[in-house]
Design a protein around this ligand. Structure first.
Ligand SMILES: Nc1ncnc2c1ncn2[C@@H]1O[C@H](COP(=O)(O)OP(=O)(O)OP(=O)(O)O)[C@@H](O)[C@H]1O
Length: 592
């Protein structure tokens, strides 16, 4: 029987929601103070948060340095104002104009985001800044529509939102809504996929995550939220000119996410509130605001790189016990895998692959059967990992084919999970800042059925997905012997535990084939014994295992078939007892 689900569930959700309920509840009481000045600042914070909530998914979750996000605020502010003023179309009601701005923002969110699919870090950051400049220049030059440098009036809100507190409640409501929808994404297979793309991109690909589709969906959402925030911002300002959308504002949004902490919703929310209030209480220092932001950023990066979220993460400060042993329970695999009806093997035929002048693989053919453990051994540099990478689609061979019934598309690693092929890595590829169970659930990303839209609004199919994937992940963790660590941050685990986490992540895919790249490296003797029992258990469920290993004992104990590579060629292939006494293998690899 699968172990009880120790994570998630109603009380846990309520506990996680409490700080948000408290913050928004307190804000809702603000009108009781009768202080309209603070009401104005709170309204501004709510509008900024609308934008930052979406930007947080891009920067904090996906790790994309979108530093020039003020451009979408500008775009939304002008779109709403122009549509309400009727400068290009007949005048639209404010809410229709806001919705239109949201659509424009979604489109331009993708336009700004597209370079992220090709460019990394600072290069992408520069393109977002470039876009911010373009939007400002267009607003200046397109005088007949935008009023150029003179500007135009922001949209006037209908009653009851025309009064300061009415408008405040509108913005607060939308800010709370933005928190809810972005939090739904963050705590879904899409959110986990985002952090996988950020911190373990090859593992994300091996789990079948399509970076392009994922990022496009998130850029659309963030763009729509930012542009609608722009519409409300224009209304709050009552009059907009291009000068209102400064680089400092862009910096504020970006830093709010950074000081908030990556992979958190609460941290960036608090960051936004702090950064909105800061210039007000430090009004005499207004001219120094950019300087203050820069200092704040430096302090955060140097003194608390995890940001506010890390400060609030009390759970991770509790010490873990040191004498924890990994005790796999292979009996649980039956409820997870059950691939016994499958018969189609993975067949490699005459594979050739070179790196420059080095022939890493030189005409390798081998067949990996379902339900068997196939050992792949050989001296360092003999081509084992490269063979595994060809099967996983990371490398496209110059010659030869890889088939699983149908050909496996070369050079397309994200297609393998869908074909039932999972893998682990020579160095574990784990998201250190995520919990162990979240890491395992990343492996089940493609098993989710709810669409991005269903997830956004937490519709029943999304909730059912979460229950199912969490249940499968807990079973996988119990099968590898780590369920007690499900809620612990993965970067607190020992190396050997991470190896088993990777196996659990591969298992939730219900793989027909599992490829393990040196899973015993760094494990103790007793851990290797337990690993052996686990691998045997996996193959008994019908899953074909390809085991790349240097531990000869492990290979000879559990493999049904062994292929020996040397200098990129198959030196020998056969049963363990044949290989053990094979003369050339003994002299080239095993030693006399
Ligand atoms: N990305 C790469 N670029 C250039 N050369 C590479 C690359 N990957 C592997 N090689 C070369 O290809 C050959 C095979 O490497 P591979 O990593 O497959 O060997 P291996 O049998 O897995 O070795 P080990 O047991 O040390 O992991 C080696 O000569 C290696 O230097």
């Amino acid at each position: 029987m699968a172990p009880a689900d120790k994570t998630g569930g109603g009380p846990a959700v309520l506990r996680a929601a409490l700080p948000f309920i408290a913050l928004f509840g307190l804000a809702a009481l603000l009108p009781l103070t009768g202080n309209e000045y603070w009401g104005l600042i709170a309204t501004r914070a709510a509008i900024y948060w609308m934008l930052v909530a979406g930007l947080n998914l891009i920067v904090g979750y996906a790790g994309q340095l979108a530093i020039g996000y003020v451009s979408l605020l500008t775009l939304g502010a002008y779109t709403t104002s122009v549509l309400v003023a009727g400068n290009v179309t007949p005048p639209l009601p404010v809410f229709a104009a806001l919705a239109a701005a949201g659509c424009v923002g979604a489109v331009f969110g993708v336009v700004i985001g597209l370079p992220a699919l090709r460019l990394r870090t600072f290069y992408f950051a520069m393109t977002t800044l470039g876009f911010a400049t373009i939007v400002t220049q267009v607003a200046l030059a397109w005088q007949s529509v935008t009023g150029g440098g003179i500007g135009l009036s922001g949209p006037e809100m209908p009653a009851p939102f025309d009064k300061a507190w009415g408008f405040f409640y509108l913005c607060l409501g939308i800010a709370a809504f933005s928190t809810w929808i972005t939090s739904n994404i963050a705590h879904s297979r899409f959110g986990r996929a985002l952090i996988a793309v950020r911190d373990a991109d090859v593992a994300a690909e091996a789990s079948g995550i399509s970076k392009a589709r994922l990022l496009i969906a998130v850029f659309m959402l963030a763009g729509a939220l930012a542009a609608m925030a722009g519409g409300l911002f224009a209304s709050l300002q009552t009059y907009i000119t291009p000068d209102a959308f400064t680089f400092e504002l862009s910096l504020l949004f970006f830093i709010a996410v950074l000081i908030g902490g990556r992979g958190s919703i609460l941290g960036p929310l608090i960051g936004t509130i702090v950064l909105t209030i800061l210039p007000e209480i430090a009004a005499p220092l207004a001219a120094w605001s950019t300087f203050l932001y820069a200092v704040l950023l430096l302090v955060i990066v140097l003194a608390m790189p995890g940001g506010i979220a890390a400060l609030l993460d009390f759970k991770s400060r509790k010490p873990l016990t040191f004498d924890r042993a990994i005790k796999p329970r292979p009996a649980l695999l039956a409820s997870l895998l059950d691939r016994r009806d499958e018969r189609t093997p993975v067949v490699l035929t005459d594979i050739v692959l070179s790196f420059g002048g080095v022939r890493a693989i030189d005409g390798v053919s081998l067949t990996i059967e379902t339900g068997k453990v196939h050992g792949l051994i050989g001296p360092n540099g003999s081509g084992k990992t490269t063979t595994l990478n060809v099967i996983s689609g990371y490398y496209a061979p110059e010659k030869g084919s890889v088939t699983l019934g149908q050909p496996l598309e070369p050079g397309a690693p994200e297609t393998r999970a869908g074909r039932g092929i999972a893998r682990t890595f020579q160095t574990p590829r784990i998201v250190g800042e995520a919990s162990v169970i979240d890491n395992v659930m990343i492996g089940a990303t493609i098993q989710g059925q709810a669409t991005f839209m269903e997830t956004l609004f937490s519709l029943p199919r999304h909730r059912a997905d979460e229950r199912r994937l969490r249940g499968a992940a807990m079973t996988a963790l119990a099968a590898v012997g780590l369920e007690a660590l499900a809620d612990v941050r993965a970067d607190r685990l020992q190396h050997s535990e991470l190896r088993f986490v990777e196996i659990a992540r591969a298992l939730v895919l219900r793989p027909a084939f599992l490829m393990l790249d040196e899973p015993a490296a760094g494990l103790s003797v007793s851990e290797i014994e337990r690993l052996a029992a686990l691998i045997k258990g996996i193959s008994r469920q019908g899953t074909g295992v390809l085991l790349v290993e240097h531990h000869a004992d492990l290979i000879f104990d559990i493999c049904d078939h062994v292929t020996v590579l040397n200098l990129g060629r198959v030196l020998a292939a056969g049963t363990p007892s044949e290989i053990r006494v094979h003369k050339e293998v003994v002299s080239a690899y095993l030693g006399g």
